[in-house]
Design a binder for this molecule. Structure first.
Ligand SMILES: [Zn+2]
Length: 697
């Protein structure tokens, strides 16, 4: 994932409730009406008839946000006279200067935020109490408020157009690049949210992500019925990412793989239902049987002194902390609602403003995959390959990947030899990019813009917001060298870094920096990640492995589409039950996870009431981020397909990553010639099943 979500969560600033605000706006608009009529006559006489519509629109936009504290009617009139750019030359200068100065502002705020979170994000030793306070501080929290107070926001609103999602969808294809840049400029000031609300969002994100980043399970301390330890000493897995990836890796373990997978499923279910003993979280001092839930002091010391000290060996359950943290996210997000009249819930902001794809359309795309008749066909194929009936953890089946040819241990060895340190990986980035099809010169240019840091968590990419700053790749390198999981994640994050560099430094307008939404940055990162084995020099995909890769993508999309529906339904439930307790939220989440399972998975897996879809850690700290993953898979498939057609990843990546931040469908039209959708994934899946059947004959 990336850490750019705060910008989409934390939007603009003030303190009255919605109703009062609306009334205030109305009053101001009507008070200012005669001023606006007068100014229209005066300024049209000065600048000409061509400016009438622009002027009227601009004054209305300003009046809608103007409060009594901003000045009386005389102040409003004076403001409009001075700040309306009525001739093209002034207007162009205004556009350029706002663009470059806002880049400086965002860029430096980004740099401060990165430095302040450094101790918390990087593997730099203990986090002290004040480090958390630094990490929670958002230096940009007051910017929007300040820009309304000093009236720079009003300058923008007077001169540039606010647009709705409907307008962007209907008219955006006809806009020029400059018009799109103007739209993005105005959009920054489409809300006026109090700084303390933005600060609270930042605090909630820091608090919940710390909870997630420290949620490790010490695997050697899991005991089966006979007291056996299935996992090697020192193995510490972060929930849920590393646990899930261990399930995937265990398909290669002929002897103990199945027992390990079943045990991890049991651990995950106890996390979701919060029946996990509190003392076994991030603590190797206890041995735990996740089936009986028995806890006792450990008899094996596979940890160093820095592990948390032993407390009483109790199996008392974690006290619904997981859901208390999720409520923290929800309550912080809800505080924005009164100040966002056009998107009055976090759900609306997430889809209409964050993704710029309506929620109903996303839900339909997810259900199109979940209910596809291809699902049971692929499921039967997996059963045939496994030689047994599906079990719930097989939602993470990865045997379609050519990777199944290597054990995790073999891959770990190859990677550890190649990358003993984060620095070794950094040195190799230009070579990796050349292997992906970038020219040597471009590979050097891109590599020079990536700083590699040791991550505290599983890894992430942090983009810059000004061209003079660099992107950061955070990767976890264990003491014995990088392992395969770490490499796989690092390649993914490197995809983000390359996209972040191109979409900021090489796009025509910095106001169009980025890609339409996080699904696109994930999609582009998946393009890199999907080639990780080739980057290790292990594999040249043939027709069969291409078909396998398609089925892997399809199965992964099927899995995460259900997870996304759970995330969406849980956010709706929280909005419907604003005063819920953590225990009530737990019960609701468990029920939702079971319902989605029973509708779309139970018929395929032959087992009811499984809660695994609720285990994703992003649900807790990422503010409705999960739908980006399945949409990302669909988009990734469209993009990868286009890259295959074009025959060169590097060149196509550069072309696509510089389309910039337009709407998703428009971006995809430019990149591939078709809008966003599941169709190409489904068509290719059908094709892959056919191809695979042909190979077998
Ligand atoms: Zn990512």
């Amino acid at each position: 994932m990336t850490l750019s979500l705060m910008s989409s969560v934390a939007t603009p600033a003030q303190e009255t409730p919605a109703a009062k605000e609306a009334a205030l706006t109305q009053t101001q608009s009507s008070t200012l009406k005669s001023s606006m009529d007068k100014l229209e006559t005066e300024l049209v006489a000065k600048y000409g008839e061509t400016q009438r519509a622009r002027l009227r629109r601009g004054m209305t936009q300003v009046a809608n946000f103007w409060r009594s504290e901003d000045g009386d009617t005389a102040a409003f009139e004076q403001f409009v006279r001075i700040q309306f750019a009525g001739d093209q030359a002034t207007f162009d200068t205004m556009f350029s200067r706002f663009q470059s100065l806002l880049e400086q502002l965002d860029g430096h705020m980004g740099e401060i935020g990165r430095e302040f979170r450094q101790q918390s994000d990087l593997d730099l030793g203990p986090i002290l109490g004040f480090d958390d306070l630094f990490a929670a501080y958002d230096p940009a929290a007051h910017v929007n408020d300040d820009f309304f107070k000093n009236k720079l926001a009003f300058v923008v609103l007077l001169n540039f157009p606010l647009t709705t999602l409907e307008q962007k969808l209907q008219e955006g294809a006809k806009w020029s690049r400059r018009q799109w840049a103007e739209t993005r400029l105005a959009q920054r000031f489409s809300k006026r949210i109090p700084a303390e609300v933005n600060l609270e969002l930042g605090r909630a994100y820091a608090e919940t992500s710390k909870y997630i980043a420290e949620y490790n399970i010490w695997m050697h301390h899991l005991l089966d019925e006979k007291g056996n330890r299935l996992f090697p000493p020192k193995l510490r897995l972060l929930s849920h990412w590393n646990l899930r990836d261990e399930i995937k890796a265990d398909y290669s373990d002929v002897k103990d793989g199945l027992a390990k997978q079943r045990m991890i499923q049991q651990v995950m279910e106890r996390i979701v239902t919060q029946t996990i003993p509190a003392v076994v979280v991030n603590n190797p001092n206890y041995d735990w049987n996740p089936y009986t839930n028995e806890v006792k002091p450990t008899t094996v010391k596979d940890f160093d002194e820095s592990a948390p000290a032993a407390t009483t060996a109790s199996n008392a359950a974690e006290p619904n902390t997981r859901y208390a943290k999720l409520l923290t996210s929800y309550r912080a997000a809800r505080k924005v609602d009164p100040y966002s009249p056009t998107a009055p819930t976090h759900i609306a902001r997430s889809f209409n403003e964050g993704r710029e794809i309506p929620e109903a359309r996303i839900k339909a795309m997810l259900e199109q995959v979940l209910a596809s008749p291809l699902v049971p066909k692929v499921a039967r194929l997996i059963e045939a390959r496994l030689g047994r009936q599906l079990e719930p953890f097989d939602i993470w089946y990865n045997g379609f990947r050519p990777r199944g040819a290597y054990t995790e241990a073999q891959l770990d060895e190859i990677v550890a030899k190649k990358y003993p340190t984060a620095e070794a990986y950094k040195q190799d980035i230009p070579n990796l990019l050349v292997k992906l099809g970038f020219s040597k010169e471009r590979a050097e240019y891109l590599a020079n813009n990536i700083v590699v840091d040791p991550a505290r968590g599983s890894g992430h990419a942090l983009g810059a917001s000004m061209r003079s700053a660099k992107t950061h790749l955070r990767t976890r390198v264990e003491k014995g060298g990088m392992n395969y999981k770490g490499f796989n994640i690092a390649v993914h994050e490197m995809g983000h870094n390359v996209e972040q560099t191109l979409s900021l430094n090489d796009v025509d307008f910095t106001l169009l920096e980025g890609v339409p939404n996080t699904a696109f940055t994930e999609a582009l990162a998946f393009v890199f990640q999907n080639h990780d084995l080739e980057l290790l020099g292990l594999q040249k995909p043939d027709a069969q492995s291409h078909a396998l890769k398609t089925l892997n993508d399809f199965w992964g999309t099927y899995e995460i589409a259900g997870v996304a529906l759970v995330d969406m339904a849980v956010w709706h439930w929280m909005y419907d039950h604003p005063n819920a307790t953590p225990a009530e939220l737990k019960d609701a989440t468990v029920k939702i996870a079971r319902d989605v399972w029973n509708k779309y998975y139970a018929p395929v897996f032959g087992k009811q009431d499984v809660v695994l879809l609720g285990v994703y850690s992003h649900m807790i700290d990422s503010f409705l981020y999960l739908p980006d993953y399945p949409i990302g898979h669909m988009i990734a498939f469209q993009i990868e397909d286009q890259m295959e057609k074009a025959g060169n990843i590097g060149r196509e990546f550069e072309r696509m990553a510089t389309v910039g931040s337009v709407t998703p469908d428009l971006w995809m039209q430019k990149a591939t010639g078709a809008p966003v959708g599941a169709e190409s994934l489904l068509a290719a899946t059908q094709g892959a099943l056919t191809d695979l059947a042909a190979v077998k004959k």
